[in-house]
Design a protein around this ligand. Structure first.
Ligand code: B12
Length: 319
């Protein structure tokens, strides 16, 4: 954990930028400064407030206390007591900054560029493209309109014998690494609804479920990503100790979907019972596999799945 004192006190950010970064409105920032003597931001030559990284970290900490139900005056007093005795609180973990810049190219063009970089094993270029994508597009666009088509194109090229298996492995491992880094960049909140997510037994295609894990964590859920080829008995045993609100498994083949057919009855023995949901191409437009696996089919698209998960969690919270 980084302490707030470790952040730079160099004046950098305008009140508007701080408002975007912290989610606190400029009017509230000024009121907290005036009424509670919270922060004395540096003033630029034209008298604009300029806040430092440390100021932003302090504001995030204060906001997390206020969001947790403490009054603003008590939160400020608490901070003052701590800092007077030389103790600075730990910085509140934050999601990566998502102020998007104008994209250099369309998602389709980026798909071509990324495909080229990956099949040429050009890691530097692929990394640069991923950085640009992250700066210009939201996660859903990156996953649905760029990474998925890139992977499909790679699969087709491999199927036609145009690229070697090694290249397909290189590309999918590169993207897996980037997705894991993204997942870990978002804070995992212990108090949020808890979802375990991974792949059915024998299933090695994990990138769809990893994308779903990133999307869910970016929305504030507590996500534990469990990876490919999960053994059912052990998963159930783990759930009986950890009590997740929901388990989401994906499968792309009937063989792996078949392995899930008794999962729900095993989970039903646990109280409170985790909701079982599933997705993946084994179930898409395939009523037979959907009927074979008891649980909730999340649909083909990430958007639909997110909405269904929100609704299922809401129902659980009310119950
Ligand atoms: C990368 C890859 C692999 C990697 C996976 C690495 C990894 N860490 O995930 C490895 C090398 C392990 C692999 C292995 C195999 N693969 Co493969 N693989 C691919 C490839 C190139 C990309 C898959 C991918 O990640 N796509 C991107 C994700 C996002 O898309 P998706 O998985 O299709 O999921 C879509 C939906 O189902 C949905 N979705 C997926 N997950 C989730 C989750 C949620 C919650 C929701 C809502 C939606 C959702 O969203 C996605 C976008 O629409 C595809 C090519 C292709 N056309 O997709 C072949 C492909 C899937 N593989 C194929 C095959 C044949 C195999 C092997 C059998 C090869 C072999 N002989 O060993 C093995 C099987 C391993 C196993 N038991 O699972 C075939 C499948 C053919 C078929 N339909 O049966 C494909 C289509 C290649 C081809 N053109 O023939 N593969």
């Amino acid at each position: 954990m980084t302490s707030i004192i470790d952040f730079s006190d160099e004046p950098r950010y305008t009140i508007k930028s701080v408002s975007v970064q912290t989610g606190i409105r400029p009017v509230t920032l000024r009121a907290w400064e005036r009424r509670h003597d919270l922060l004395t931001p540096h003033r630029s030559d034209n008298r604009y407030r300029l806040y430092s990284e440390r100021d932003v970290a302090i504001l995030r900490w204060i906001k997390s206390r206020v969001d947790g139900g403490i009054s603003i005056s008590n939160a400020v007093t608490e901070l003052r007591h701590m800092t007077r005795s030389g103790i600075w609180p730990d910085a509140v973990p934050t999601a990566p900054s998502r102020i998007l810049t104008q994209p250099k190219a369309s998602p389709e063009t980026y798909t071509h560029w990324l495909y080229d970089a990956l099949i040429n094993h050009n890691e530097e270029k692929a990394t640069e493209l991923m950085r640009e994508l992250h700066a210009s597009y939201d996660l859903m666009t990156i996953f649905v309109r760029i990474l998925s088509p890139t992977l499909i194109a790679i699969g087709e090229a491999w199927f036609r014998g145009e690229i070697r298996i090694t290249t397909e492995h290189y590309a999918s491992n590169f993207l897996r690494g980037k997705l894991m880094a993204l997942l870990q960049a978002y804070p995992s909140r212990r108090s949020a609804p808890y979802i375990q997510l991974g792949c059915a037994p024998t299933e090695m295609h994990e990138l769809g479920s990893l994308m779903m894990a990133v999307l869910l964590r970016s929305e504030g859920y507590r996500i534990e990503y469990l990876g490919p080829d999960l053994p059912i008995e052990d998963l159930v045993d783990y759930a009986s100790y950890e009590f997740p609100d929901m388990i989401v498994l994906t499968a792309s083949t009937e063989v792996s979907a078949y392995e899930m057919r008794r999962l729900k009855e095993k989970l039903d023995v646990i109280h409170p019972t985790p909701t079982l949901a599933y997705a993946g191409s084994a179930f898409d437009q395939n009523l037979k596999t959907q009927q074979m696996v008891p649980g909730i089919y999340l649909g083909e698209s990430f958007e639909d799945a997110l909405e269904t998960i929100h609704n299922l969690i809401k129902i659980k919270e009310v119950a």
